[in-house]
Design a protein around this ligand. Structure first.
Ligand code: PEP
Ligand code: MN
Length: 264
C-alpha cells in the first residue's frame, strides 16, 4: 500500500492552516530534543516564528539509553507544549512510546512521532493505524529500508495513510559519529514509495558542527523535509545537547535550506 506501484501520485499531508507536508514544498521541523519547561518552549517558539518555521518538535516521553537520564515531562508537559504551540500558530511533532499513550496524547498532538527504538513495535504501529492524525515514522537504529517500509505498511493497512518516513542514521561499524546518516535511503525511498521522506541530520551524525551540511545534503538527495534539534543553550540541554543547534545556527540553517531547496 505504501508502494509507488500501488499509488503513483505522491501523498501530501494537510495539517490545516496552509501547512502541507510532502512533495512540492520543503517542510522544516525544529525544536529541542526534550521539552523541559515553559521558558525553554517560549524561547524556541519565538525563534521558530521569527524564522517562519511552522512545525516544532520536542519529546515529553524520552527513550533514553540509561534509565537514570532525564526521561521527559510526560503528559503534563505535553499539555503545556500543545497549548503554547497553538498560541504561536505552530504544529507539534512529539514521540509516542507505547500503545496506552496514543489515546492519552491524542488531543494534544498534531503529528505522532515513532522513534527509532520503536520502529518495530508492531502493537504501537497497529494502534497508530487506527488514529486520524499523521505519524512520523523513524527508521530503526539497525533497520533496513525494507523493514521501514513494512513498518509503514502496518500503519497504512490499519487505515491511517498519513505517514512520513524519516531517515535518522543507522548503527554501523563507524564510531566517529553517533550514527551513520544513510542518505542512500532518500532517493531509494522516494523511488519506492509515495510517502513524504524526511531526514533528521541531528541524530544522523550526532555532532552539532556537522548538522547543517547534512541537512543540505538531505535536501539535495530529494528529502521533502528536515527535522533537527535546536534549543536556547545547547550546552545545558537535558538531552542531545551535543547535536543541538543554537538559534543563530538554526536561523542560518533555515535560510540555507530554503536556498538549497530552490536550487533543486
Ligand atoms: C528524538 O527525535 O529525539 C529521538 C529520540 O529520535 P530517534 O528515535 O531517532 O533516536
Ligand atoms: Mn534527540
Amino acid at each position: 500500500l505504501v508502494s509507488r506501484k500501488w499509488r503513483v501520485h505522491p501523498t501530501v499531508l494537510d495539517l490545516g492552516d496552509g501547512i502541507h507536508l510532502g512533495e512540492g514544498s520543503l517542510s522544516i521541523v525544529a525544536g529541542p530534543c526534550s521539552i523541559e519547561n515553559e521558558g525553554q518552549m517560549e524561547a524556541v517558539m519565538q525563534h521558530l516564528v521569527r524564522s517562519g518555521v511552522r512545525l516544532m518538535r520536542g519529546g515529553v516521553f524520552k527513550p533514553r539509553s540509561s534509565p537514570y537520564s532525564f526521561r521527559g515531562l510526560g503528559l503534563a508537559g505535553l499539555r503545556d507544549f500543545y497549548r503554547l504551540a497553538r498560541q504561536h500558530g505552530l504544529r507539534i511533532v512529539t514521540e509516542v512510546m507505547q500503545v496506552s499513550q496514543v489515546e492519552e496524547m491524542y488531543d494534544y498532538v498534531d503529528v505522532f512521532q515513532v522513534g527509532a527504538r520503536n520502529t518495530q513495535n508492531f502493537n504501537l504501529l497497529d494502534a497508530l493505524g487506527g488514529v486520524d492524525k499523521p505519524v512520523l515514522l523513524k527508521r530503526g537504529v539497525s533497520g533496513t529500508i525494507e523493514e521501514l517500509l513494512h513498518s509503514a505498511e502496518y500503519i497504512f493497512s490499519g487505515g491511517n495513510e498519513d505517514i512520513i518516513l524519516c531517515e535518522r542514521g543507522i548503527r554501523t561499524f563507524e564510531t566517529a559519529s553517533r550514527n551513520t546518516l544513510d542518505l542512500n535511503a532518500v532517493p531509494i525511498l522516494k523511488e519506492k514509495t509515495h510517502l513524504p521522506v524526511f531526514v533528521d541530520p541531528s541524530h544522523g551524525i550526532g555532532l552539532r558542527e556537522h548538522v547543517a551540511p547534512l541537512a543540505l545534503a538531505g535536501i539535495m538527495a530529494g528529502a521533502d523535509g528536515i527535522l533537527y534539534e535546536t534549543a536556547p543553550v545547547p550546552e545545558r540541554a537535558a538531552s542531545d545537547g551535543q547535536q543541538t543547534l543554537d538559534f543563530d545556527e538554526s536561523a542560518r540553517l533555515v535560510e540555507a535550506m530554503r536556498r538549497t531547496y530552490a536550487l533543486r
